[in-house]
Design a protein around this ligand. Structure first.
Ligand code: PGA
Length: 261
């Protein structure tokens, strides 16, 4: 796991966007795994800027989103369909037919989940999966207790997640209780994982995910099992990391390391 700590949210977002831009410049038909929430907003803004000002091209890109609330129509202002359209897709040249987001309104969740998994495979798998982390250590909506080999499925949200996300809704009781989410096993199959976290309310989860034991109680800890996981943090999110000096030391010496690949 590469842990990259930046002084500010903006610098964290720009550095993470460079990873995505590098992929698209070397593989224009890349498959991206997208995340929602407040964390990746800065990353999306930077990708939009790179598209507008430097011609970063999305015309051959395919995307798969991690999750969606059950029961919200795509037009609902808090649905992840709406979020992605507002904050990203409408600002870049992505073909509509290349956009995949789990349905929160399907009549048959198991069939939809199987189809979603199959589509990821048929598109060649995900090249970079963008991830946030919940204050309870979840990735996507894989709440504590999720299997680390889980696949796309319906999940019941944890009370802590519902409370965290209540800030986006008019009333706390409006937050959906169920979601459809890629599983931890699905996420681990991406070629590269890019986890972003900012703010001190993520410091515990970040510490547990990076330096704690691998456990289904903190599903982000499964990133420790992935051969190509990068974690971008701002300073407050890194506050509980015991090995902070070593992570900074590695980054400082990365340019001088022998290049074998
Ligand atoms: P946030 O959500 O980016 O809005 O903090 C992250 C998550 O719950 O995965």
């Amino acid at each position: 796991m590469e842990v990259k700590i930046k002084p500010t949210y903006e610098e964290m977002s720009r550095a993470a966007a460079q990873e995505v831009a590098h992929l698209l410049n070397t593989k224009p038909n890349a498959v991206l795994g997208m995340a929602t929430g407040s964390t990746p907003l800065g990353l999306y803004q930077e990708l939009v800027r790179l598209h507008r000002e430097e011609g970063l091209d999305f015309s051959q890109v395919t995307t798969f989103n991690l999750d969606e609330y059950v029961g919200l129509a795509p037009s609902h202002s808090q649905s992840y369909h709406y979020f992605m359209h507002e904050n990203f897709f409408q600002h870049v040249n992505m073909p509509k037919q290349n956009i995949y987001i789990p349905s929160g309104n399907t009549g048959n969740y198991p069939a939809f989940c199987n189809w979603y998994e199959r589509r990821i495979e048929e598109c060649g798998g995900i090249d970079i999966q963008i991830l946030g982390i919940g204050s309870d250590g979840h990735v996507a909506f894989n709440e504590p207790g999720s299997s680390l080999t889980s696949r796309t499925r319906l999940k019941t949200l944890a009370k802590q997640t519902i409370d965290d996300n209540a800030r986006f809704f008019d009333k706390p009781e409006d937050v959906p209780i169920y979601a459809i989410t890629m599983g931890v096993g699905t996420i681990l199959e991406a070629s590269e994982l890019l986890l972003l976290a900012n703010g001190e309310n993520k410091a515990w989860a970040v510490g547990a995910a990076i330096e704690g034991p691998v456990t289904g109680m903190v599903t982000a800890s499964a990133l420790q099992m992935h051969p190509n996981a990068k974690v971008y943090l701002d300073d407050p999110a890194a506050a509980q990391l015991k090995m902070r000096e070593y992570y900074d030391w590695i980054e400082e010496h990365r340019p001088g390391a022998p290049q074998y690949y």
